[in-house]
Design a protein around this ligand. Sequence first.
Ligand SMILES: Nc1nc2c(ncn2[C@@H]2O[C@H](COP(=O)(O)OP(=O)(O)OP(=O)(O)O)[C@@H](O)[C@H]2O)c(=O)[nH]1
Ligand SMILES: [Mg+2]
Length: 467
Amino acid sequence: MRHLPGDTIAAISTALGPGAVALVRLSGDQAIQIADSIFQGRQTLTDCPTHTVHHGRVVDVDGREVDEVLATVMHAPHTYTTEHMVEFGCHGGPVPARRVLAVCLQGGARQARRGEFTERAYLGGRLDLVQAEAVADIVAAETPRGLEMALGQLEGGLSGLIAELRDTLLSLRTETEAAIDFPEDVDVRSARQAVASLCQAARDQVELLLENCAVGAAVRDGVSVALVGKPNVGKSSLMNALLMRDRSIVTTSPGTTRDAIEESLHIDGIPMRLMDTAGWRASEDEAERAGVERARAAARGATLSVLVVDSSAAPDDEDAAVAAALDARTTIVVANKVDLGRGASEPDLVGLFRCEIGGDGAAGPRVVWVSALTGAGLTDLRSALAEGLLGPVHSSRPAVSNLRHTEALRRVNEHLCRVDALLAEGAPFELVGTELVDAGAALGEITGETTPEEVLRHIFERFCVGK
Ligand SMILES: Nc1nc2c(ncn2[C@@H]2O[C@H](COP(=O)(O)OP(=O)(O)OP(=O)(O)O)[C@@H](O)[C@H]2O)c(=O)[nH]1
Ligand SMILES: [Mg+2]
């Protein structure tokens, strides 16, 4: 177990506002004594067995009643923080909880910083850093899918995979160090082969971990989708159809939408910011020109662009001009107005991107046929959006959702690539060893073994007070 800070902390752990109950938490060596000094019940809390609940009153220094409470006594180490804890369940609403907290502080506790309870759980060795971060993600989860992912990380699924990778890295180091320390006992060629195959195994493990990182990041942080196209093709109608409410103004005349309009929605558990934008065309009107500029910026900044076209007519130069500004790999073409009959074919629409296809082998964009007016094809569009954002999902494996983890894994991978290169060059084992030490350190940053103090601070600052 690591060093635990000595002082006892207190905070309100429930959201402030009207509610049935509010919770004030105490954690630390003196938690139970401090609680006793402000609690009046049938027995002193110090004499109560662990994990028991007691009815009583919290009183201030003058013996005046502050609130009627239920006190839960929990002894170290089987608590959230691994320290002694007392939780006062007081009446809901901000006033009782604030007053109970105030007397806890008068009694000798210190106001907890953001995430300090979870930080203590981490310092006490009950959670590793991946799990502690999962706690913050659980609290912040926007969709059931995000919650499921964070719960999986809290249960240790991700930590387990990382532990496997760490074992492989350890075997790699053992193998390499044997070759360095006992060169006379080692056949260099077979040692190189052994290191090379372990290195490949480690790279496969990293690849598996990174496979789902785009999914993880999308589910955790959300993505942005821009609806773009020439005027009057039905971008605003599509926005309203996806939101299932009348958000954007729709009229029969081109150039209706001027400013970019942003709304949030969830598709397949992915939090999405959907943007309706002005129709792209050359215009004398200053406001319209500014709108088109914003639409271009939205398309550049979006995770995915949706090029909306009127499929009742063949695509024209105006459609082509919009397509030319988009990246086929992150674009979905929506052939709208199918209720009016087809005037465009799939090759026509994919052909809007023809200059990009071929040369670098990039596939054409996906085309989805819809009618914003009748709702036909909208289900296909929703799945196309989810797939376009996530790619193939390997949902059985825990997802790496956190950018910090993704970056650390990429660095592990870089060091392993260099190990490969060094082995191929026949470089001395000492150099291989150095890369492996660095790979191990990069991996340790994820679980907290080698994470610098300020990174830890930053991580726990993401939490709310009382967690
Ligand atoms: N028949 C038919 N009409 C549609 C469909 N979608 C949109 N419209 C009509 O097309 C016209 C333009 O629709 P908007 O949604 O305002 O088009 P927009 O692309 O946002 O236009 P701007 O904001 O001017 O760029 C309106 O009259 C809509 O009712 C559709 O699927 N079928
Ligand atoms: Mg519009």
